[in-house]
Design a protein. Structure first.
Length: 401
């Protein structure tokens, strides 16, 4: 492969560049169900729905994906596509406890773990050790937990993520910088993490259909459509990503934000996003054994005016409900006039909780309390809300969505 020239670094030049793994379980909830109930194995299994039988699919087994079923699809539609599938409501408590076991495996390989979601994490490795560690992790998760994990290996978070997407399921994939022109550039824009359908449509309209075309586009043209995000967007297309790995313990703050493709005028929708953000941040705090004393929202109005408003809590928390209620209170006090373009939630001023390792078991009482909170939010806002929004929050967003 090429030398150290052109837009990407060549493999031979990586030298001492640390490597990053992206570990993502395959069809996580459905795989846990298939593992624990042998009669479900090899069959289409759909996890999701709500008490009323409505709601959306959380995930489904790869057997079910052959029928066109996917996450966030209405369960009713999934039933039409595959009436013979096994439909399960799922058990978050069990999935969380399996998640802790998986992260405990990762901890044996590196202390540098950035938790992305219940089944996904970035792992920092020293130069040259990524591939061997990936193989070991893949084997350990299979042998010890009877689950399959896909591992992407590269030198930055973006390329590791894409490597895992290309390798899925149950494999180890690499995407080194010098492979970017050959492997990444022919792909359509949907394969670029964080690039949402609205941005893809915009790019398509100006004749950009592949990642390679985005990498080669004049920056001025991209600036017209994406403003300040243009450079970041083009760098992504070139496989460049300077985001550091952020293990929780080093983080000074954690945040999630969401820009809407169309300005939103619906307060309920804003609150639904805040719920999802609170749940995601609460989860990240708990998994890191951290509690936050400060909660802030960021709000961008229709005229692009942007504010942040912060509140200090009486005592630090890692609870979804308090995070949400504080954020919702800040929103109510500062919402101004609709519409809104962006809502973000940030927690900071951390103190360590009682947990010592990344995935120490949560006390049973606390797990139950969290479950009750989640259930209440679901009852109030509908089961789909928490996870639909979680999907949108997963990779840090690049460019406008
Ligand atoms: P993902 O890793 O996105 O999906 P997955 O593990 O089911 O499938 P794969 O990685 O092989 O493509 O999400 C992890 C879990 O999060 C998933 O098993 C269920 C849950 N989830 C939802 O509940 N709703 C959703 O919309 C998504 C995307 C995931
Ligand atoms: Mg997964």
């Amino acid at each position: 492969m090429g030398g150290c020239t052109g837009m990407t670094a060549a493999r031979g030049c990586r030298g001492s560049v640390p490597e990053i793994l992206l570990c993502d379980l395959d069809a996580f909830f459905a795989s846990v169900e298939q593992r624990d109930c042998p009669e479900y194995r090899g069959k289409p299994v759909v996890v999701g729905g709500s008490l009323s039988g409505r709601g959306v699919v959380s995930t489904c087994s790869y057997e079910a994906r052959k029928f066109g079923i996917h996450s966030a699809m209405p369960v009713e539609r999934a039933r039409q596509l595959c009436p013979g599938a096994i439909f399960l409501r799922g058990d978050m408590g069990r999935y969380r406890s399996v998640s802790r076991q998986i992260f405990a495996v990762y901890e044996r390989f590196t202390p540098e773990i950035e938790v992305v979601s219940i089944d996904e994490a970035y792992l920092g490795m020293v130069a040259g050790e990524g591939l061997a560690a990936a193989a070991e992790i893949h084997r350990a998760v299979r042998e010890e937990l009877s689950l399959s994990v896909t591992v992407g290996v590269s030198v930055n978070k973006l390329l590791s993520k894409i490597a895992s997407e290309l390798a899925k399921p149950d494999r180890i994939g690499t995407l080194w910088p010098e492979e970017v022109p050959g492997l990444l550039w022919p792909l359509t824009l949907e394969m670029l993490p964080g690039l949402g359908p609205v941005s893809v449509q915009k790019l398509n309209r100006i004749g950009i259909g592949t990642i390679g075309q985005l990498a080669a586009a004049p920056l001025e043209l991209l600036r017209k459509y994406f403003g300040k995000s243009a450079l970041l967007l083009q760098r992504s297309a070139r496989g460049i990503d300077n985001r550091p790995l952020e293990p929780l313990r080093q983080a000074k703050s954690l945040s999630e934000e969401r820009t809407f493709s169309n300005d939103l005028a619906d307060e309920e929708a804003i609150r639904a996003v805040l719920i999802s953000q609170a749940e995601s941040l609460g989860y990240r705090l708990r998994t890191g054994g951290l509690r936050a004393r400060k909660v802030a929202i960021k709000l961008r109005y229709g005229d692009f005016n942007t504010i942040t408003r912060e509140q200090t809590l009486a005592a630090p928390t890692d609870g979804d409900l308090l995070l949400y209620e504080t954020a919702a209170g800040l929103f109510a006090a500062h919402k101004g006039r609709p519409p809104w373009r962006l809502i973000g939630l940030r927690v900071s001023d951390f103190s360590t909780g009682e947990q010592l390792t990344l995935f120490d078991a949560l006390p049973e009482e606390k797990e139950k309390e969290l479950q009750r909170t989640r259930d209440r939010l679901r009852e109030k806002y509908g089961g789909a809300v928490l996870y639909r929004a979680r999907r949108l929050l997963k990779p840090p967003r690049r460019g406008e969505e």
